[in-house]
Design a protein around this ligand. Structure first.
Ligand code: PLP
Length: 390
């Protein structure tokens, strides 16, 4: 009567969303200020006023029949051109507007690219730990997610990647700055990855899919672009985090003009978008893309939170990953059992996501994209549960 796979997926709640809903309910019961919700990656930094002003300007100045109608499936040419220009500047690779496809955020970019490139049984390598929805997008497209170990700092382990490559490997999916570890891959790391994938692509290209919703959120050097190091690259991007527009659903997918059969791949992307029923990305937000590209979020908001949380937890004895980018702190669960520790934290109104949901055991993820006051007020509880849990 129904598609069994979809029914299972619909009934299976994501651990993150479950905790987030629980947090909302608890806040209603015992007061907003008594629940410390670090579960979800919904950014709290204000949307830049320049981005909001552009939306208001568009609403005032562009006739509604132009502003709110369908755009081309791939998107407004002005938006695609602005994206191509900005990516060219970042990567040094001359990108083409004709190979940019505007999407409803990185999730849509992921679903589209997997549908475009995978045949049944194709494998996609994904470094562990990883964003749980990857599994959904890959398996729906008929592929298989192959988890690949990372090194002790959660950076790329090239030997492990080489061992994982088989004749069925169609793509490798990376995410830097990383959710959940905060790792940011260096240019050297991406160069070495490019060399390995080139060496292993003899029987057909292994696409490098670069999921970059946190691109601008780094606390050291800017994130390096894999476009510069590997031709068969597809960039998946979102304005959800970089411009605090998570609810508006706007992002893009960009194929490198240097990719094998780039135009053919782009045709498959158009086919995938069509088959998934996307029609076009939200038109109003597409019109504002050139302004969004110039109005990035306040990284200092997240740096302040990171420094506060990292410093305080380290002093208490927690073992925290360095958090080079994004807005997540990945912390070893005291006692070693992440599910047990996060349950214990939950009983103390502190909501942390156990790393089991990301394909790795023994850690919890703390989303610090919250108002600073939430972190400040939560610290006594972090201290209390650290010592009590041994
Ligand atoms: N990729 C990663 C690594 C993410 O963390 C997220 C959201 O949290 C997404 C993709 C999806 O982002 P969106 O669909 O809001 O653009």
């Amino acid at each position: 009567m129904f598609n069994r796979e979809m029914l299972t997926l619909g009934r299976q709640r994501s651990v993150i969303r479950e905790l987030f809903s629980y947090g909302k309910q608890r806040k209603a019961e015992i007061g907003e200020e008594n629940v410390f919700d670090f579960s979800i990656g919904a950014p709290a930094a204000p949307t830049p006023s320049s981005a909001q002003e552009e939306l208001v300007r568009l609403l005032r100045e562009v006739p509604s029949e132009t502003l709110h109608t369908y755009t081309q499936a791939a998107g407004l040419f002005s938006a695609r051109e602005a994206v191509a220009k900005s990516l060219s500047t970042q990567s040094g690779v001359p990108m083409s507007a004709n190979l940019v496809y505007m999407t409803c955020g990185a999730s849509a970019s992921l679903a589209i690219v997997m549908t475009a490139i995978l045949e049944k049984g194709d494998e996609v390598l994904v470094p562990c730990p990883y964003f749980p929805e990857y599994e959904v997008f890959i398996s729906r497209a008929g592929g298989k997610l192959v988890p690949v170990a990372t090194n002790s700092a959660f950076h790329l382990d090239l030997d492990a990647i080489e061992r994982a490559i088989t004749p069925k490997t169609r793509a490798m999916l990376i995410n830097s700055p990383n959710n959940p570890t905060g790792a940011v891959y260096s240019a050297e790391e991406l160069r070495a990855l490019g060399q390995l994938l080139r060496k292993k692509s003899k029987e057909g290209p292994i696409f490098l899919l670069s999921d970059e919703p946190y691109r601008e959120l780094t606390y050291g050097a800017p994130a390096a672009s894999p476009l510069s190091f590997y031709d068969d690259t597809v960039v998946l991007y979102s304005f959800s985090k970089s411009v605090t527009l998570a609810g508006e659903r706007i992002g893009y997918l960009a194929v490198s003009p240097r990719a094998n059969g780039a135009e053919t791949l782009f045709d498959a992307v158009c086919g995938a978008g069509r088959s998934l029923g996307y029609i076009c990305a939200p038109a109003l937000f597409q019109y504002a893309v050139p302004a969004f590209l110039k109005s990035s979020t306040d990284v200092e908001f997240y740096r302040t939170n990171r420094d506060l949380l990292y410093g305080a937890l380290t002093d208490m004895g927690y073992a925290c990953c360095p958090a080079e980018g994004a807005f997540y702190l990945f912390v070893k669960a005291p006692g070693g059992d992440a599910v047990r520790f996060s349950e214990y934290a939950k009983a103390h109104e502190l909501l942390l996501v156990p790393s089991d949901s990301f394909g790795t055991k023994g850690y919890v993820r703390i989303s610090y994209c919250v108002p600073k006051s939430v972190i400040e007020k939560s610290l006594p509880t972090f201290r209390e549960i650290f010592s009590a849990s041994f």
